[in-house]
Design a binder for this molecule. Sequence first.
Ligand SMILES: [Mg+2]
Length: 441
Amino acid sequence: MSSASSSSRPLTLSGYPRAIAHVDGDAFFTSVEQSVHPEWKGCPVVTGQERGIIACASYEAKALGIKRGVALWEAQRMCPELVVVPSDYELYSLYSKRMFEIMRRYTPMVEEHSIDEGFVDLSGLRRVFHGSYEAIAREMQATIRRELDIGVSVGLGPSKSIAKLASKFRKPYGFTPVAGYHLHLFIPRILLSDVWGFGRNTVQLLQQYGLRTAWDVVQRSEAWISQLLGKPGREIWHELRGESIYAVNPEEKTSYTTISKCKTFTAPSADRAFVYAKLIRNLENAFAKLRRYKLSTRVITVALRTKGFMQQGMEARLSRPTSATQEVLPVVRTLFDELYQPGEAYRTTMIALGKLQEDRGIQYELFEDPVRIDAMNRVAQAMDVINKRLGKHKVQLGPALDLARGEETGPRDIPPQRHNNLLPGETARKRLRIPRLAVPV
Ligand SMILES: [Mg+2]
């Protein structure tokens, strides 16, 4: 039985029992840059200059094979006239706010999923706007383009999962409505790995049972999927069948973009353990901030800058969001080992956390060890509490202990003279703006 023949049978006859639109910015950061700098329209533009790694590539750059995550020097070799700009997250947040503000003109039922992605529940609005759900969603898309001069792709469907798959289906400036009675034509074209909520392990497991597409999933019984994947799997099964389970959550969120921590040390160092320890210190700071804002991250970038100001970075995407420092240590170690060149002296290390989202506890992948992960989370939280009480970095991760070693032995540890001359309330880093007089008494 091929999926093509089975998929000629409609899954449901209803259109939009709920009408949910997913709005997704097309190459959002570079689109914003092009909106602010119209002279860059039609040019290949990338952001991420500050890390030496591409954070976002415009469609013109993508056409040349330049993607996010590619090293900057490599991209510039591929395209010498590439426009390279540093990320301006304040600007992107501003555009993001205005984009969501446009969406909220139609309904308050808007969920900010990330800086450039949101869900809108349009259910029941046809009367109000005298038009179909498609017409309302299209107008929203056109308004965003007219007022902000950026392109977004829109998917419309009876559930959040379908809407999200639909917005990705055609890009850029795509519009893909998937009514319930067209689901049987749409989801056979969706691979398991594209389904929201299916991680790598889940996909592998389903493949062992011969499933390939979202259609194969919904053809199985609810009992079968429940037994294999539990409640999360059952919920996705319903969502893919056009039965809305995940509600659009209109709570307004604080702006979240990326968290980055960057440290320059006074004398550049070629001591591998010392440089790594500095990086881990940044990691701890970044994760402490992440937990303070009750967020979790999915993308980690590590960057190192040499004495000669050459910057190189690499990023890793995690299979699911996390806020536990320990959990990402192996990933950070790997990135560091890739970047670190023995014999080279480094002056700066940086960690950036991206794809931030509200920390809603963990949705475990299958085969993961919830007890171990839970333990790591609790260690992280305990460290936050202790460090808050006793002072920063009283408790720290093992690798950061190399800092103490390096600080005691190296010549870099000789503190500048001003450190010995602190006024009450000052620290080596924070100086009060009080003029000082050296008066012999
Ligand atoms: Mg996007």
